[in-house]
Design a protein around this ligand. Structure first.
Ligand SMILES: *Cc1c(COP(=O)(O)O)cnc(C)c1O
Length: 379
């Protein structure tokens, strides 16, 4: 029988939530919920209090993302996973190409690949912990990849592929569709390099799951209209045309979770007040650098992603040496209220995964690393 591991209280992070989604919610967001308790929660999503909140969120996201002329923020129900189905029905004209270098990229690829009304997708894969990229290909009308692959902690540049012209209305050119679910709100992007930049609110935006948001270019909006008018059968719930019409009225097709909207509204306001995208990206870079610097200097561990330029600034992954049991470390941390640093389940590695989302305090990351050292010494 081994002794229970103990971590002195003064070493513990002030907030022990390091999960990659759902992720830490700031106390102020919970305060905003309490304030919304009478005016908004429990009221109709077709009336001003909720629609005004959705309007503020769309506008605030536009400010944060530095929305180019003509781009629009749309939202819909079901999170990024539902968006994949919506995109297969409503964005891909004929054939998609995916760069799939982890679970999330691969899931979207399997959706378009399996759609019976589309041609089989081109899927470019890479070993976990590395990445690949899309390449210009005749006949492809959607190029897709995740900016941040949350299952492995690999980050990819957001740039139109070489040889692929920017789509403009009337050009029928291919669209670039980027899964920013765990990147948006914590990483920099130039939206001119994308036509659809979509995400769920439960990662850097520190809110609840269940919705998707996206920045859509004029060419993407035209594509939605084109496919919607083509006669293809599209379930109403997944229709991007319906999302477009509802979003422009600051509403959703069916009832959204209001608490999540309130928490998101507060987080977007906070992010913009702090300094917006540049501030958020610098903060997550600071936090993630602390993890990688620690791992590189440590006798216990090493960064999982070998190429430094591929290492995520928002979801860090650290492999432990064979004689150190990462699962025992995460269990001991959990017993002390420091939670959700387990690796992505299907990866099956002796690893910890630590989210360094914008809501996480960099000093709490340093405290976590000190706790890991203390726990490893006692194991
Ligand atoms: C979390 C995540 C998803 C899934 O988001 P849901 O809101 O649960 O559907 C998709 N892609 C990436 C990159 C993610 O991190």
């Amino acid at each position: 029988m081994s002794r229970p591991v103990s971590i002195p209280d003064h070493l513990l992070p002030a907030d022990g939530r390091f999960g990659s989604g759902p992720s830490k919610v700031r106390e102020d967001q919970v305060g905003a919920l309490a304030r919304a308790g009478r005016g908004l929660l429990g009221t109709s999503h077709r009336q001003a209090p909720v629609k005004d909140a959705v309007g503020r969120i769309r506008e605030g996201l536009g400010d944060f993302l530095q929305l180019p002329e003509g781009y629009e923020i749309l939202l819909g129900m079901g999170g990024a996973t539902a968006f994949w189905d919506s995109a297969a029905f409503g964005l891909v004209r004929e054939k998609a190409q995916h760069a799939a270098f982890g679970e999330f990229g691969a899931k979207f690829a399997s959706v378009t690949d399996g759609a019976p009304f589309l041609a089989p997708s081109t899927i470019r894969t890479a070993e976990p912990g590395t990445r690949t990229q899309v390449l210009a290909e005749e006949g492809v009308d959607v190029y897709a990849w995740p900016q941040n692959e949350t299952s492995t902690g690999v980050m990819a540049p957001v740039r139109r592929p070489d040889g692929v012209e920017r789509a403009v209305p009337g050009s029928r050119g291919p669209l670039v569709v980027v899964d920013a679910t765990s990147a948006a709100g914590g990483a920099a992007v130039d939206l001119q390099e994308t036509d659809v930049y979509y995400f769920s609110p439960q990662k850097n935006f520190a809110s609840d799951g269940g919705l998707w948001f996206g920045a859509f270019s004029p060419a993407a909006i035209e594509r939605i209209e084109e496919i919607s008018a083509s006669g293809r059968w599209i379930p109403d719930f997944l229709s991007l045309h319906s999302a477009l019409e509802n979003s422009r009225k600051n509403q959703t097709y069916n009832t959204p979770g209001l608490a999540g909207l309130v928490m998101l509204d507060d987080q977007v306001r906070w992010l913009n007040e702090q300094g917006g995208m540049a501030w958020a990206a610098a903060r997550t870079k600071d936090s993630s650098d602390r993890v990688y610097t620690w791992a590189e200097a440590s006798d216990l561990a090493t960064p999982f992603v070998t190429r430094p330029e591929d290492r995520s600034t928002v979801v860090t992954t650290v492999d432990f040496h064979d004689d150190v049991d990462a699962a025992a470390i995460s269990a001991a941390l959990r017993a002390h209220g420091v939670v959700d640093v387990e690796p992505y389940r299907k990866l099956g590695r002796n690893q910890l995964r630590i989210a360094t989302f914008t809501a996480v305090e960099p000093d709490d990351v340093s405290a976590l690393l000190a706790c890991i050292d203390v726990v490893a010494e006692q194991l």
